[in-house]
Design a protein around this ligand. Structure first.
Ligand code: USQ
Length: 393
């Protein structure tokens, strides 16, 4: 299939390009390197060095024996999006060109507005370009498990049956996001759902949990093919941060009690699931929702798992409960469904320790690189708007 990955330079995009190419798909990409700039703005860099795009493309060609068409530019420019869809004629479009950070959207009004306008505009442009030039293509849009929040009910995959005053209907499950970023994903989901109804487009909305892990697979001996791995407070997700903290000799920063529960997924599983979604498109006009995570864990479980695997490497990280900079429930029910991907053939990683082990092994040569940006390991963006690192030192 011809698959266009919007946001191919990011953590998931660069890994997915390789996964799809290894399965014989024709892959194209676009990016404007926003992710590199945001992480720099946070005073950090990727723990695992990332090569410039020209080198990445060269390594890709050497590894897979064919070039990846690549467009550098901003998806907020509709002409740019239209041009790619017209020239490449994708059968599937994977939309990873959004700003993925809750803390980044909590910095101030400019960042909140940027995250929402960027995420909504890029999605709109893809929908309109598909309608105009590729109405039979399949949009795979990255949503998030965080759209649902933590309701005191089990969470279905997108829709549920409701009975109210004697009548029944199948309705979207209520969304109760916990950050301006997560709300941007809710608004994007609504727009995609409506475009499917209005224009008969086919879309899959992936409600993905928190991804963790280094490298798409073990084959990447060529550093130019490595995907990024962030550790700063805004773009580093919890498990990746814990592994970087352990390697850098920094305490693991557990926010609040650590009893919060979330769905998590290793990077290779995320690649497997996105590939399943690409290769098994929904019917025209169908808006399909997939809850994408391997399992539900409590945050404190990760602190203990990472500390125990780190111990095998002679590292002895402390676990530090810090004042929670976010506004989130810490004691709550959490039982989301995730059956649809299993029906498509998802084979989850059963044993998580090897994923943590290979991540820590990949990070160890870069311990100093992480230490040089150690300030970025501490949070100072708070949901209540006060910004200070003092209490986290
Ligand atoms: N947390 C810590 N310590 C840290 C960092 C985070 O305890 O050092 C806690 C947070 O308070 C939160 C949980 O870990 O309860 C997850 O935080 P996170 O930063 O790892 O992830 P989150 O903000 O939820 O967002 C990430 C991705 C986002 C994706 C989402 C999936 O950045 O793009 O949408 O995971 S989900 O969480 O299911 O909504």
């Amino acid at each position: 299939m011809r698959v266009w990955i919007a946001g191919v330079d990011g953590y998931l995009g660069w890994a997915l390009a390789q996964r799809l190419a290894s399965r014989g798909h024709e892959v194209a990409g676009a990016d404007n390197y926003f992710r590199r700039a945001w992480v720099e703005e946070m005073g950090a860099w990727s723990a695992i060095p990332v090569a410039p795009m020209s080198e990445r493309l060269e390594a890709f060609r050497e590894r897979f024996g064919k070039s990846m068409p690549f467009w550098e530019g901003d998806l907020r420019d509709y002409g740019f999006v239209e041009r790619i869809v017209r020239e490449f004629r994708p059968e599937a479009i994977v939309h990873l060109a959004e700003c993925p950070s809750a803390p980044y959207s909590a910095i101030d009004v400019d960042h909140a507005v940027f995250v929402q306008t960027n995420n909504l505009t890029t999605t709109f442009h893809l929908l309109f370009a598909m309608k105009a030039h590729a109405p039979d293509a399949h949009l795979i849009k990255l949503g998030t498990m965080g759209e649902y929040g933590t309701p005191n009910l089990d969470i279905p995959e997108g829709f549920f049956e409701v009975e109210f005053r004697g009548r029944k209907d199948r309705l979207p499950f209520p969304r109760q996001a916990g950050s301006w970023y997560h709300w941007s994903k809710v608004h994007g989901s609504n727009n995609v759902m409506f475009a499917c109804k209005l224009w008969g487009l086919a879309a899959t909305d992936i409600m993905q949990g928190i991804v963790f892990g280094a490298y798409p697979d073990a084959l990447n001996e060529d550093g130019r093919l490595s995907t990024r791995l962030d550790f700063d407070q805004a773009f580093g997700t919890i498990v990746n941060r814990f592994c970087c903290q352990a390697v850098a000799g920094h305490p693991l920063t557990l926010y609040g009690s650590g009893r919060q529960q979330r769905g998590f997924i290793p990077l290779p599983d995320s690649m497997q699931c996105l590939t399943l979604a690409v290769e098994n498109p929904p019917e025209p006009g169908q808006y399909r929702v997939l809850n994408q995570f391997q399992n539900v864990y409590r945050l404190a479980d990760w602190a203990h798992k990472v500390a125990s695997v780190a111990d095998e490497f002679g590292l002895k990280p402390d676990i530090r409960h810090v004042d929670n900079p976010r506004m989130e429930m810490e004691d709550h029910h959490y039982r989301p469904e995730h059956d649809a991907l299993f029906r498509l053939g998802y084979e989850p990683t059963r044993d998580i320790d090897p994923v943590l082990r290979s991540m820590i092994a990949a990070l160890l040569p870069h311990a100093d690189r992480i230490r040089r940006k150690r300030e970025a390991l501490l949070p100072d963006i708070r949901w209540d708007g006060r910004r200070s690192r003092a209490e986290y030192r």
